[in-house]
Design a protein around this ligand. Sequence first.
Ligand code: GTR
Length: 326
Amino acid sequence: MKRFLLVLAVLAVAVSALPAAAAPEMVLRLGETHVADYPTTKGDMEFARLVEERTGGRIKIEVYHSKQLGEEKAVIEQVQFGAVDFTRVSISPLAAFAPAFDALQMPYLYRDEEHMWKVLNGPIGEEFLNSLEPANFVGLAWYDSGARNFYNSKREIKSVADLKGLKIRVQESKLMMGLVSALGAVPTPMPFGEVYSALQTGVIEGAENNWPSYFSTSHYEVAKYFTLDGHTRVPEILIASKITMDRLSKEDQEIIRKSAKDSMPFQIKLWKEFEKVSEEKVTAAGSIITHLTPEAVAEFQKAMEPLYSELKPELQAVVRKIQEVK
Ligand code: GTR
């Protein structure tokens, strides 16, 4: 017993002699809707890691994934008034706060993925990141989100006519509501976290998303018909609260901006890998994957033309600039 106490005493002295780990001077919070192992969440964590490393541990960013801070729209509101410091969101719900973002997510806008990245990484993308300040946000970086496709529990969608009358969940976005209506389906806006049970109980018959979201939310279990129509590419964006950024020194603001940008290649690489895994998993689980014929794609594009003509003239001008990027 004596010996044991002696060992304990020696250990206690040894531990107290260790240098205490520097406590961060500032702990900031980042809200993320996806689960911990989703590519965007891992991108957020890489961003947080870089900030911590580059500030020598002075600034710590805690990533609250799995919508621990709330659904996407509610978190954007909290970021706007400074209650949450950062969030990673889809630009669809963000457009309710900064309407110009609709120009970046029009249906069939980008010729391909490369075109989208040229736009986002070029002067147009930079202008969009900088345009958020009047809404009290600071745009930091773009993440990949692939292309969105329709899926449902009722039938294979091979043409626009097959969508007729289907109740389709959309993000809380006017543009997405218009898009689904233009195809003759019935749009139902709803937070992401409610979609699984809404599909299961038949409140809605379908939704639309990319491979990774279809897989990671298990929507494939309750809506097995997935059509590769690729109607939109909706970039993900990492934003900060302007209130938080204004509290930081110029140097720390720069570290945050640069760390966000530097986390992009990491997220994009994980995205590519997870897109493949998701496709394989849902196919193995029995999802029916429908590829559209070129004629059917043309039909989808035609049906969505009114969305372009209904866009405000100043946004039509942005769309033209995007289309001109070669
Ligand atoms: C996902 C996106 C989420 C969320 C979701 C949705 O692709 O990563 O941020 O917007 O779609 O449909 O609500």
